[in-house]
Design a protein around this ligand. Structure first.
Ligand code: RFL
Ligand code: PHB
Length: 389
């Protein structure tokens, strides 16, 4: 098998890149380790920046998102006593869209066949070869048989644990990492949200987030120690904890219901540089991870593939190599700014087990400053809606 670009991973990054390239007449084949059902069963992001909304529209795949998604004009920070509203629409003139990653992925997936994008699901043992040459290729197994996929370029969109980043020798790459001493326990339930907008709460008992997928489906998170297990958190304990951490007003408005999904995710900041070697490009979680506090992970995958698709289209359609030569530098400039924002919001809003009284006072002072300063609120809003491409 042969294609212009071979993409590893059919998460949001791989699927979006596949569509953007195919729309420009470039051939792509996507190899995905899991089944389509499994990919859709992973509950992850919920907040789309305008750049992600624009990409879906550009692909002509935004109809369901505009029908079912919820445009949000603001969000709240809670500091245990009060709710501080960040009016992102008023401060920036822009909004964000609450629409689940699962739905984005479904919209992209459903349009693959009709647009001539081949996705091979349940492809195992995907291995990269000759990435430093002009003729790289992938080998993989499917239903017991071995296959080879030749391409001019390989796009590694295979998430944090995929093989692409690992194919770049350690002597060439550099890793930057911060692992946080806690995780997020998330619950999804078919109950109305406790508030019309998201609430990020810094409470003495730890961080909590009240989010949603629709007017009848809620998504909540609480900060938990990394040693906690799902079994430690029966639904009742989790609802009690949320009611305390989200504060009296929002807490009293929580509607409880059985968990459709419950999972614990560790928090980390991670960047791998460079995002290219020879004919291999990395995009999305394959190259970087942000803690979910800023809602940036999926949106960074979008900006990466927006830059990468432009560069590859220039290469195939105009024969110019400047775009692909500068892809890593261009993408990383935006990545690092989102890393900074996600790290700072994580630091501001969580209880650190090794934190001291000084650190706690810094959080209180910063929240107080944000509550009283339009400039501080504007900086927060500008980052939350997403920096321009
Ligand atoms: P994905 O989604 O991990 O997709 C990678 C795909 O590659 C496949 N793969 C392989 N395929 C073939 N061969 C192999 N050897 C392979 N190894 C892996 C995988 O099966 C998978 O299908 O990465 P991608 O596309 O880069 O997308 C990134 C986003 O998924 C991620 O950044 C976000 O979910 C992060 N995130 C959030 N981002 C936001 O923008 N807003 C949010 O509100 C938000 N909330 C979150 C989040 C992530 C969370 N978790 C669980 C980590 C909330 C949570 C709790
Ligand atoms: C979510 O709804 O899953 C969500 C929302 C905002 C975040 C992280 C996760 O910052």
């Amino acid at each position: 098998m042969k294609s212009d670009v071979a993409i590893i991973g059919a998460g949001p990054a791989g699927l979006m890149l596949g569509h953007l390239l195919r729309k420009a007449g470039i051939d792509v084949v996507i190899l995905e380790r899991q089944s389509a059902e499994y990919v859709l069963s992973r509950i992850r992001a919920g907040v789309l920046e305008q750049i992600t909304v624009d990409l879906m529209d550009e692909l002509g795949l935004g109809a369901r998102m505009h029908k079912k998604g919820l445009p949000h004009h603001g969000f709240y920070l809670a500091d245990g006593e009060r709710l501080i509203r960040i009016d992102i629409a008023e401060l920036t003139g822009k909004t964000v869209m609450v629409y689940g990653q699962t739905e984005v992925t479904r919209d992209l997936m459903d349009a693959c066949a009709e647009r001539g994008i081949e996705v091979v699901y349940e492809a195992s043992d995907v291995t990269l070869h000759n990435i430093e040459s002009d003729a790289p290729y992938l080998t993989y197994k499917k239903d017991g048989a071995e296959y080879r996929l030749d391409a001019r370029f390989i796009a590694g969109c295979d998430g944090f644990h995929g093989p692409s980043r690992k194919a770049i020798p350690e002597s060439v790459g550099r890793t930057f990492e911060r692992i946080y001493p806690f995780g997020w326990l998330g619950i999804l339930a078919d109950v109305p949200p406790c508030n019309e907008e998201l609430i990020y709460a810094n409470h003495d008992r730890g961080f909590a987030l009240g989010s949603m997928r629709s007017k009848s489906r809620s998504r909540y998170y609480v900060q938990v120690p990394l040693t906690d297990r799902i079994e430690d958190w029966p639904d009742d304990r989790l609802w009690d904890e949320l009611a305390m951490r989200l504060g009296p007003e929002a807490g009293a408005s929580i509607t409880r219901g059985p968990a459709l999904e419950k999972s614990i995710a560790p928090l980390r900041s991670f960047v791998f540089e460079p995002m290219q070697l020879g004919s291999l490009f990395l995009a999305g979680d394959a190259a970087h991870i942000v803690p979910p506090t800023g809602a940036k992970g999926l949106n960074l995958a979008s900006s990466d593939v927006a830059y990468l698709s432009r560069a590859l289209i220039q290469f195939f359609k105009q024969g110019t190599e400047e775009g692909i030569a500068s892809y890593s530098k261009t993408a990383l400039a935006r990545v690092w700014k989102s890393e900074r924002f996600s790290w700072s919001l994580t630091t501001l809003m969580h209880r650190f087990p090794d934190g001291d009284a000084f650190g706690r006072r810094m959080q209180v002072a910063e929240l107080d400053y944000i509550a009283s300063s339009r400039a501080a609120q504007t900086a927060l809003a500008e980052n939350y809606i997403g920096l321009p491409l």
